[in-house]
Design a protein around this ligand. Structure first.
Ligand SMILES: [Zn+2]
Length: 417
């Protein structure tokens, strides 16, 4: 491990990224881990590891990482392409239908922050709206531009929002799906949204919900890119400090459970569902430190259970592989200290990942066809958040029968398919 590289590219959190309080308390330490998306070309390629730990701010209650990695190191070449997921493709249509009610004319201007390959802007464009994507991963922005979704390869913030206003005018709809929790300089992004949003415009933020992480034990959603674990309460605190006000909420199927929060510059009456979900968070105690300490204890016992299940299959000479080489699977694999000795290969549909190795655990990534050709007995479903879609394919496309380990949500389960 290169210590110099590590010091240069990461820094320890000294005060809350949202309210600047120095009163921050450690919750869970997942150890030193490589960057979840830094897939390796060679098994022996060296890599840097960084502390992966979450803490809570006692003042504003937000859960966040204790280490910040240089964004250039994290996001320049991103390997997750939205369009490769069937669920994401279907959801982009639902997302469009839900958001459309806030648009008044075909001249309306729609901006997506961290628009990836443009999958979510596509339905708006096809319906005749004026769309613009902003994404820092230059390789992915290029894919979007090639597919006709105009995309600026840049980080979004106050400065870039000013440039957009100058060239294109104010936005009637701005959305940011699963990106706000990834940004260190989060206040600059919200300030950019506030600057770019028209007076009657609507902003939408989608985020992996802290209540479900806490309740269903989604510790695999903790990785270096994911700096914040927002509740409705902590996100509202952030928006309010920029004079933006929440008024509605939807539920999204992405990431095993996400909230979609709608907000505007004018104060509107809150919808019943938003009020209901706010009450549920309070009842669950999503902002209480004691519940997060309890979460930490459960995560440590979850690791023991999953390691035991995999090692029992291996001891019984069963052929065990994994499915899904996502960022979340990297956290689980590294935390559980699995390697290619425990899991022969990882199947993944993304051609960009095939032929590479998982960071820290050096497991070869292959296509589902190649993984299933050797007829494995057991599959550890790391992409459990796409469970239904993957089980359906294993059954109908590959005629595979065997034991499927579902690591999450809650306790690990083994099912026959
Ligand atoms: Zn705070």
């Amino acid at each position: 491990m290169d210590m110099n590289l590590e010091n240069k590219n990461s820094k320890k959190l000294l005060e809350c990224r949202i309210c600047n309080s120095s009163d921050i308390i450690s919750i869970l330490d997942l150890g030193k881990q490589p960057l979840a998306n830094s897939l390796k070309k060679e098994k022996t390629q060296s890599e840097s590891s960084f502390s992966l730990e979450i803490c809570q701010c006692k003042n504003c209650s937000v859960i966040q990482l204790t280490e910040t990695i240089d964004a250039k190191l994290l996001f320049n070449e991103y390997v997750w392409v939205t369009g490769t997921s069937k669920v994401a493709n279907q959801y982009s249509q639902i997302f469009f239908n839900r958001s459309k009610k806030y648009l008044k004319s075909k001249k309306d201007f729609i901006v997506e922050i961290a628009s990836n390959d443009g999958t979510f802007l596509k339905p708006f464009k096809e319906d005749g709206f004026n769309v613009l994507g902003v994404d820092p991963a230059s390789n992915i922005a290029e894919i979007a531009n090639r597919q006709g979704i105009k995309t600026i390869p840049n980080f979004f913030g106050l400065q870039s929002s000013k440039e957009i206003v100058e060239k294109e005018g104010y936005a009637n709809l701005i959305f940011a799906r699963n990106v706000i929790p990834h940004v260190e300089n989060i206040k600059d992004v919200i300030s950019g949204i506030s600057n770019l949003l028209s007076k009657n415009g609507v902003g939408i933020i989608e985020f992996h919900r802290a209540d479900i992480i806490l309740d269903e034990l989604h510790y695999d959603s903790i990785y270096h890119e994911h700096l914040f674990y927002f509740s409705i309460h902590s996100l509202t605190f952030l928006l309010n400090s920029f004079n933006l006000y929440t008024f509605d909420l939807d539920i999204s199927p992405i990431s095993g459970g996400s909230f979609v929060i709608y907000f505007s510059k004018e104060r509107k009456i809150k919808s019943n569902i938003l009020i209901k979900k706010e009450k549920e968070e309070i009842n669950l105690g999503v902002d209480n430190l004691i519940n997060w300490k309890n979460f930490s204890t459960k995560v440590l016992s979850h690791k023991k259970k999953i390691v035991q299940i995999v090692s029992e299959f291996n001891e019984a000479k069963k052929k065990v592989i994994a499915y899904g080489a996502s960022a979340r699977s990297s956290t689980l694999l590294n935390f559980c200290e699995f390697s290619y000795k425990d899991l022969e290969v990882i199947a993944d549909k993304s051609a960009m990942k095939q032929g590479l190795f998982t960071p820290g655990t050096e497991i070869p990534i292959v296509s589902p066809e190649d993984a299933l050709r050797n007829d494995p007995d057991v599959i550890l479903l790391l992409a459990w958040n796409f469970k239904d879609e993957i089980i359906e394919e294993l059954k109908t496309k590959y005629n595979w029968k065997g034991k499927l380990i579902l690591p999450l949500p809650y306790e690990p389960k083994v099912i026959d398919i």
